[in-house]
Design a protein around this ligand. Structure first.
Ligand code: GTP
Ligand code: ZN
Length: 353
């Protein structure tokens, strides 16, 4: 059976992945997408059929970013069904693990567009949007700000205009998530071969929006099946098909995301401040009270808002803190590694250590 391209496209397959296959792989493997990760198994789909693959051998040896996660595309052998390799990703969303050690968990791979959802009401907060934008840029995902509840507000365009001040390329659209006819502006990101994810606080309308775009949670999201002991179990499928052909990735891990690993993202969101800082007299200017500070000058002539500078400083401080603790952890791990080697060497030579 040859590769079924239309079936794969309905799962988000596109030229970006196809061009990674050698002609031999095209003949001897099947590309599959990870629909869910469940009890040491991957639930894979080729668009028509689903099957499970246990984490074994080659896959278990993979560390860090090389592990398979929801949304990944991988190749399996046509003859044995064994895992062969993970395809290069377009994007990777990670989150900080629980606890204080700054380690990271993979959340989702290969998302094209992140709908950053907020409402035309008190939930709207520019600094929070900047944080989400930084997150999207850090993960290499295109952000689109979706402003829900336009029907409950007198002047939704005022929110759209404010959101668009966050950068020259920022896309922002106001919608009524309950009325699918208002969602047409979002369809351009919902074409076949596209994968979308939603991010935003509780109650802003993410589920309503997903339903409005055609994601049917009950019918396709959860499939009841019998486990090995014959009990009914429900495995959540994290990829849902939308009416316009795109796929929505909605996994438990996408909820409650924090700002992790997105230094690049912060500087992309605040490019205006980074550009200003280039013009400061001192290279290590803190933009505090230093003479010749271009950032302060922009504050004075009101081309830069105090709110935006505060938001930038906060995110940068957070980044520096994270970077420092990651560096510290690496240093400790290295020292421990040396210690263990010494101890092994000492044991081998019969020395006390
Ligand atoms: N009038 C109006 N109500 C909306 C709109 N979007 C969502 N709602 C309502 O807001 C409430 C919360 O919407 P949800 O879709 O559950 O919000 P959510 O973001 O998924 O919330 P969590 O599941 O807690 O993360 C529901 O009662 C929706 O009907 C909108 O655009 N207009
Ligand atoms: Zn300065």
């Amino acid at each position: 059976m040859p590769i079924d391209i239309p079936a794969l496209t309905s799962l988000g397959w596109s030229a970006f992945y196809q061009q990674q296959l050698t002609s031999e792989e095209y003949e001897t493997t099947y590309p599959c997408r990870v629909m869910a990760v469940h009890r040491g198994q991957l639930i894979l789909s080729m668009g028509t059929e689903e099957f499970t693959l246990s984490f074994t051998g080659k896959m278990l040896q993979e560390q860090g970013d090389h592990q398979a996660t929801i949304g990944d595309w991988l190749l399996v052998s046509r003859t044995t069904g064994a895992f062969l390799r993970l395809l290069d990703r377009k994007s990777l969303i990670k989150r900080k693990s629980a606890g204080t050690d700054n380690s990271q968990q993979l959340v989702a791979a290969n998302i094209d567009t992140l709908f950053i959802v907020t409402s035309c009401n008190d939930d709207f907060n520019l600094s929070r949007l900047e944080r989400y934008l930084a997150f999207a840029y850090g993960a290499n995902v295109d952000p689109v700000i979706v402003l829900t509840k336009q029907d409950m507000c007198d002047n939704p365009m005022a929110y759209v205009t404010q959101a668009r001040t966050l950068g020259p390329l920022i896309m922002a659209e106001a919608v009524n998530a309950l009325d699918p006819s208002t969602l047409a502006a979002l369809h351009v990101w919902c074409k076949p071969g596209q994968t979308i994810a939603l991010l935003g606080s509780s109650g802003v309308g993410k589920s309503t929006l997903a339903n409005g775009l055609g994601a049917t949670y009950q019918k396709t999201g959860d499939i009841r099946e019998n486990d090995a002991k014959g009990r009914h179990t429900t495995t959540h499928r994290s990829l849902l098909r939308l009416t316009n052909g795109a796929v929505l990735l909605d996994s438990p891990g996408m909820r409650g995301l924090g700002l992790a690993d997105c230094e690049e993202g912060v500087s992309a969101v605040f490019k205006d401040i980074a550009d200003l800082a280039q013009a400061c007299r001192f290279k290590d200017c803190n933009h505090d009270q230093e003479p010749g500070c271009a950032v302060n000058a922009a504050l004075m002539d009101q081309s830069l808002s105090a709110r935006r500078l505060k938001s930038y400083n906060k995110l940068m401080a957070e980044q520096q803190y994270n970077a420092a603790t990651i560096a510290e952890r690496r240093k400790k791990a290295k020292a421990f590694g040396k210690l263990s080697k010494k101890s092994i060497a000492a044991k081998k030579t019969g020395q006390d250590f």
